[in-house]
Ligand binder design. Structure first.
Ligand SMILES: [Fe+2]
Length: 163
């Protein structure tokens, strides 16, 4: 039993935005997020569940490091490629700063992009429920993304190098 056993839900994280109206348009019209304006300087966003991100305006926000990215799941590899194409084409329209090439990495197929606010996202293939499958065998995985001995990775992952 945890010391703070009254904690029941990981409800939200936070992101910063330089211009809330532009950010909101990108989240809604490009990424398909649900958004709610919660104050003149804040938004709440969610997609596919009740975990949310509070987005707070800060015109002087710093660049986000890639390792702090948030993940956006799609059903299969073809969807990853399609998202990549659409974002490449909409780079100027949406002010996207950087886009990496799709690759098989950490047990999934994905790419990363840095949006108009310098916030990093990863678009990856995952089954419904996201990374819930990682908890399905009831113990720790042997490798991040599930190595070939874990037998729980449901993704169409193509391991690199010698196997
Ligand atoms: Fe990730």
């Amino acid at each position: 039993m945890a010391e703070l056993d009254c904690i029941t839900f990981l409800s939200h994280g936070t992101l910063e935005s330089r211009d809330l109206e532009k950010t909101r348009a990108f989240y809604e019209q490009c990424l398909g997020m649900q958004t709610i304006r919660t104050s003149p300087v804040s938004l709440m966003i969610r997609l596919g569940g009740n975990n949310t991100i509070a987005v707070v305006q800060n015109p002087r926000k710093a660049e986000m490091p890639l390792l702090n990215h948030n993940g956006l799941d799609v059903p299969n590899r073809e969807d990853v490629d399609r998202c990549h194409r659409v974002l490449e084409e909409g780079k100027e329209k949406w002010g996207i700063q950087k886009i990496t090439r799709p690759a098989d990495q950490h047990g999934t197929y994905s790419f990363y992009f840095s949006d108009l606010d310098g916030n990093w996202w990863e678009i990856l293939t995952n089954p419904p429920g996201g990374y819930a499958w990682m908890f399905s065998q009831g113990g720790d995985l042997q490798a991040w993304g599930a190595g070939k001995d874990d037998k729980v990775n449901p993704n169409a992952f193509k391991g690199r190098g010698k196997s």
